[in-house]
Design a protein around this ligand. Structure first.
Ligand code: HEM
Length: 371
């Protein structure tokens, strides 16, 4: 290898390390964002800011008069009129800071993401595939901001809602999961871990577990959005019944599956039992093989999450327990993605040499990952 070639390889390696560190930073910030978002919901703070001002909203009210203007806008909401009448300015400021903090962190993440992409582009570190991948990631982040506002707007204006619409909450939460999942996948793609090709049934089972966990998480957001976790608070039965009487609410019909407190919570429980059983069946099937470790980690986290879910439920979803259930849920999803990533190699074709592209730019390995 001549000196020129060595310099190109070195540039690719440096780019890869920096890109990976940047992705890790983004993942940590998105994780924090999920937790702050959860706290915002659990403290009933989400409707305290009644406008969407992505730029000017970065500045909070700076004077007593400005605070009163904000408070007056909040007083027009159904949440204030029907639930929080008589709230003091200090109480309003408490919920305002949660929502403002959530939005501000979003702005900060956006800034780090765009600045990073610009830096990588200037240094010419990215090949076309990675440029596209990062642009898609940043687009998803922007979309998340817009969906966040779409969610908040469901509780503002001509409405009797005192909380945001559960479907919109579930959409916002699911997109957050997609974003952190995409970041994690990219991060693994750029890592040093070797992916060994596994039989197709193992690969598809791992993908199936990711799909089930994702559905379970979106269903959990519906439970949370409907406050269903505070309606049926006994376990293993629900209000003393194995199958709740109002599983199908006559007023909602088939919509009960998404809008009924009994059905969403019952399905969340059954989903958890199913994932728990399947994750251990998978552990058993792949024991002693390449996927054994990642499968075991997933099954362990699912167990912890299910136990924590039960604790959350029987204590009527207090802030601390519910927040840990949400945060642990994200870790369950990441563990499922790690398993799927390890299972995703279809051949052992690519090699270290193929990854250090001739242009000296960061490029993604096609299947088996070695650098
Ligand atoms: C694979 C296992 C499980 C996963 C991945 C999971 C995931 C989730 C997620 C992501 C949420 C939404 C959190 C939010 O948006 O704030 C949630 C909510 C909830 N889950 Fe689970 N869950 C699991 C098992 C369970 C079990 C076994 C129970 C109880 C029997 C349970 C009870 C609840 C309750 C009560 C809520 C609503 C909490 C609130 O109001 O904030 N979960 N779950």
């Amino acid at each position: 290898m001549d000196g020129f070639e060595q310099a190109r390889m070195g540039r690719a390696a440096a780019g890869r390390v920096t890109l990976r560190a940047w992705l890790a930073l983004l993942a940590v910030m998105v994780y924090a964002m999920v937790l702050v978002g959860g706290a915002t919901r659990l403290t009933d703070s989400g409707l305290s800011i009644t406008e969407w001002a992505p730029i000017s909203g970065a500045l909070p009210p700076l004077s007593e008069a400005a605070w009163h203007v904000e408070f007056e806008k909040y007083r027009q909401t159904a949440e204030y009129q029907l639930q929080n009448r008589g709230m003091t300015l200090a109480e309003f400021q408490y919920i305002f800071w949660w929502e403002w903090g959530h939005r501000q962190l979003g702005r900060f993440i956006g800034l780090i993401a765009v600045a990073g992409l610009a830096w990588f582009a200037i240094r010419k570190w990215l090949d076309r595939r990675w440029t596209l991948r990062l642009v898609v990631l940043i687009f998803l982040g922007g979309l998340q901001g817009a969906i966040g506002w779409w969610m908040v707007s469901s509780g503002i204006g001509e409405t009797t809602r005192i909380d945001v619409a559960p479907y919109r909450l579930a959409t916002h939460f699911s997109l957050a999961l997609l974003i952190i999942g995409v970041i994690a996948w990219y991060w693994m793609d750029l890592g040093h871990k070797r992916r060994e090709p596994v039989p197709a049934w193992q690969r598809w089972s791992a993908y199936g577990l990711v799909a089930l966990v994702s559905l379970q998480m979106a269903g959990g957001a519906l439970v949370a959005g409907l406050d269903a976790g505070r309606t049926y608070v006994d376990w293993p039965r629900m209000a003393g019944e194995w199958v709740p009487q109002y599983y199908i609410d006559p007023l909602l019909g088939v919509r009960s599956l998404f809008e009924g407190r009994a059905a969403t919570q019952f399905n969340h429980r059954i989903g958890a039992y199913l994932i728990w059983i399947l994750s251990y069946v998978f552990v058993w099937k792949v024991r002693g093989r390449a996927l054994g470790g990642p499968a075991m980690l997933l099954a362990g986290l699912v167990t912890a999450q299910a136990v924590w879910g039960i604790m959350t439920l029987i204590h009527v979803a207090p802030l601390g327990l519910a927040l840990v259930h949400q945060g642990l849920g994200v870790l369950v999803l990441l563990a499922a993605l790690r398993l799927a990533w390890r299972a995703s190699a279809q051949s052992s074709a690519s090699s270290l040499a193929s990854e250090a592209s001739t242009s000296g730019r960061v490029s993604a390995p096609a299947s088996t990952n070695t650098t």
